[in-house]
Design a protein around this ligand. Structure first.
Ligand code: NDP
Ligand code: ZN
Length: 354
């Protein structure tokens, strides 16, 4: 194989099929062939909101399960033919930031995010994985390729939101946005022991899925101010934690208004536009309210994938309600991505398996 094709961002607002030279595989790296793919709302931010600046002929996508095709001479635990989970974030594990516990930012802000950002993504007939032993995970026999794609990004991102919110037994948690990422934040919060979970979203399909994952209350942001709606339901009281998985830069304002002194606002939304986020001065305790506002890129790497896969293998997490639209040919990834952009009412996540 010398050349292969992939679906690329050609420039702002434009996608198309291109051919690329096969990438060199370094001694610690691997070349993989996708078994299943899914487009992400982040691909939409990147192409159509210009969120990370211009990219030319960059193959898109960061959600895949795959088969290993080639491994470098120093790769110990993977060989050609292995079925693997591929995390969306593939850090450089020797970087100082990784040693500090922030591998997502290995080598600089967001630099652990390589696919479809600083190098070609997974929507190619082949793709390159750096540091294969640290970044790939063996796909357990009981998990299908289609299910495994949800482990690339949706599960780890939603769960990262719940982890950063430090959800504890009995906590009341608001999850603002119940697309696939927010739904996994609901599931992660429930697994961590949340007592009451508000899910905020307008689409019926997502509301039903939020209830399936354990949301006790559903709030439609199109029915009026969510702060008022949630405070009413809480008898005027504040909640413990708010996880932001949708909305816009003003959503921080609402989240801070919702949480109690000492509460946590945990953002996992990818903010595609604007220069600033808004924090309300008075509700933030005039700067002294001990309300923590944090935001994080999902952690990638092998350990995280192996641990999250264990939840699926042992029946503690079922990702099948996320998979609302299925495609059967590699080329269908283009239609699936456009579907993600258009977000029809019955869509949670499209997946392409071949
Ligand atoms: P979706 O677009 O599917 O879901 C967004 C959710 O937010 C929907 O439930 C939507 O409701 C809701 N929403 C929209 N506007 C508002 C509003 N004004 N107030 C309250 N809720 C609102 O997105 P995904 O779930 O796929 O992804 C969520 C975000 O996570 C994206 O920004 C994505 O790029 C990002 N992301 C971040 C990662 C990370 O590592 N941090 C990794 C992967 C993705 P409705 O559908 O009813 O309109
Ligand atoms: Zn993503």
């Amino acid at each position: 194989m010398t050349k292969f094709k992939g679906l690329a961002m050609l420039g702002f607002d434009t996608i198309g099929w291109i051919e690329k030279e096969a990438p060199a595989v370094g001694p610690n790296d691997a070349l993989c062939r996708p078994l299943a793919l899914s487009p992400c709302t982040s691909d939409v931010h990147t192409v159509w909101e210009h969120a990370i600046g211009d990219r030319h002929d960059l193959i898109l996508g960061h959600e895949a399960s795959a088969e290993v095709v080639i491994v470098g001479a120093l790769v110990k635990d993977f060989k050609p033919g292995d079925r693997v989970i591929v995390p969306a974030i593939t850090p450089d594990w020797q970087a100082v930031e990784s040693q500090m516990g922030f591998s997502q930012h290995s080598g600089g802000m967001l630099n652990g995010w390589k696919f479809s950002n600083v190098k070609d993504g997974v929507f190619g007939e082949y793709f390159h994985v750096n540091e294969a032993d640290g970044n790939l995970a063996h796909l357990p026999d009981s998990i299908g390729a289609e299910t495994a794609v949800m482990l690339s990004d949706m599960v780890p991102t939603g769960f990262h939101g719940a982890n950063n919110a430090e959800v504890e037994y009995g906590d009341t948690v608001v999850v603002i946005g119940i697309g696939p990422v927010g739904l996994m934040a609901v599931a992660g919060s429930v697994l961590r022991g949340a007592g009451r979970v508000f899910g905020v979203g307008s689409r019926k399909k997502c509301q039903e899925a939020a209830k399936y994952y354990g949301a006790t209350d559903i709030v439609n942001y199109k029915d009026g101010d969510i702060v008022e709606q949630i405070k009413d339901a809480m008898g005027g009281k504040a909640v413990d934690k708010a996880i932001i998985a949708g909305g816009d830069n003003d959503t921080f304002d609402q989240a801070v208004r919702l949480v109690r002194p000492g509460g946590i606002v945990s953002n996992i939304n990818y903010l595609g536009t604007g220069d600033f986020i808004k924090i309300p001065r008075v509700e933030w305790g005039l700067g002294m309210g001990h309300i923590r506002v944090t935001g994080g890129l999902m952690p990638g790497g092998r350990k995280n994938m192996e641990y999250l896969a264990r939840l699926i293998v042992n029946g503690r997490l079922d990702v099948s309600p996320l998979l609302t639209h299925r495609f059967g040919r590699f080329d269908d990834i283009e239609e699936a991505l456009l579907l993600m952009k258009d977000k029809p009412a019955d869509l949670i996540k499209p997946v392409v398996t071949f």
